[in-house]
Design a protein around this ligand. Structure first.
Ligand code: GUN
Length: 292
């Protein structure tokens, strides 16, 4: 069994980006600038945003965080997005999800200029991705693709089962892995809450991707011997042995599943760091696309 070490892979990607930024700086060119909007005090969102801002620093990017109280109105948020769309110094920006229930996430996503949508959530980017056209691919799916690629995982002709059909992970990843690309060319099954005999389905997987958001959902009996398992889960669970009082838990019961795998990505240190690295790739690309 080998570990798909997202932390190390992401570190290499960020070092490559930092080199490219250093070169730009030396040539007197613009440095990428990522802005992030964070609403409220959700612990998970604050952790993700902190990781994104820290990575900006590691890559030599400029970054700006805009924080709003939970009670912020949709109108204020939409106006801020308009300002960021028009601000030439900002190359890309993200609105950290989830948003409070009184704010329509789709309306917010649609308000973002697709050329600055480094999260790749806008339908323009999702549609282009489906047609294999140049676009911003959302960070988690593209991070997983990059993790497979950089670890030289053969995907062509393999049976891939993805559990979870979210707009952010499962749905786009099912499209990417079925495309005529490398990594890609998989026979993809997108399983979800209505899938019958799930364990039977997942046991057909050469590549199993768990994106359910339920700690320990994938057990050893659901995994074929020699499978490649990618764990997208990042749920905070209480853990009094940790200083913070919590730890991140994946969707896979690592201890019982790992011995059956050819490769497995851990949590933490697997997909999470790759997601952030992909956001950095997209931000650099957003700036380069504008010919800056
Ligand atoms: N919430 C969970 N994942 C993401 C992400 O990749 N981007 C944003 N903006 N919010 C998220």
């Amino acid at each position: 069994m080998e570990i798909l070490n997202g932390k190390e892979t992401a570190k290499s990607i960020k070092e490559e980006i930092a080199q490219a930024v250093k070169k730009r700086k030396a040539e007197g060119k613009k440095i990428p600038h990522l802005a992030a909007i964070l609403v409220g005090m959700d612990g998970g969102s604050m952790t993700y945003i902190n990781n994104k801002l820290k990575s900006c620093e590691e890559c030599g990017f400029e970054s700006t965080l805009m924080r709003y109280d939970d009670s912020v109105t949709e109108e204020v948020l939409l106006n801020k997005i308009q300002t960021l769309n028009e601000d030439k110094s900002i190359d890309g920006f993200i609105v950290q999800l989830p948003l409070p229930p009184h704010i329509d996430e789709m309306k917010v996503t649609l308000a973002i200029d697709p050329m600055k949508d480094v999260d790749g959530f806008h339908p323009m980017n999702l549609g282009k991705m489906a047609l294999n056209l140049p676009c911003f691919i959302s960070a988690t799916p593209s991070g997983i693709i990059e993790l497979l690629k950089r670890n030289k995982i053969e995907t062509a002709g393999k049976n891939c089962v993805i559990i979870g059909r979210s707009n952010i992970v499962g749905m786009p990843l099912s499209i990417l892995l079925s495309q005529n690309a490398d990594p890609g060319n998989c026979t993809v099954t997108l399983a979800h809450s209505q899938t019958q005999n799930l364990a039977e389905v997942t046991r057909t997987a050469d590549i199993l991707i768990a994106a359910v958001g339920q700690p320990g959902f994938v057990t050893a009996d659901m995994v074929k011997e020699g499978a490649i398992v990618v764990d997208v889960g990042t749920t905070r669970v209480e853990d009094s042995s940790k200083t913070a009082g919590w730890r991140l838990a994946g969707d896979v019961k690592f201890d019982e599943v790992a011995p059956k795998c050819a490769y497995i990505s851990p949590v933490p240190g697997g997909v999470g760091p790759m997601t952030v690295a992909s956001l950095m790739i997209n931000t650099l690309k957003a700036m380069e696309l504008k010919g800056k």
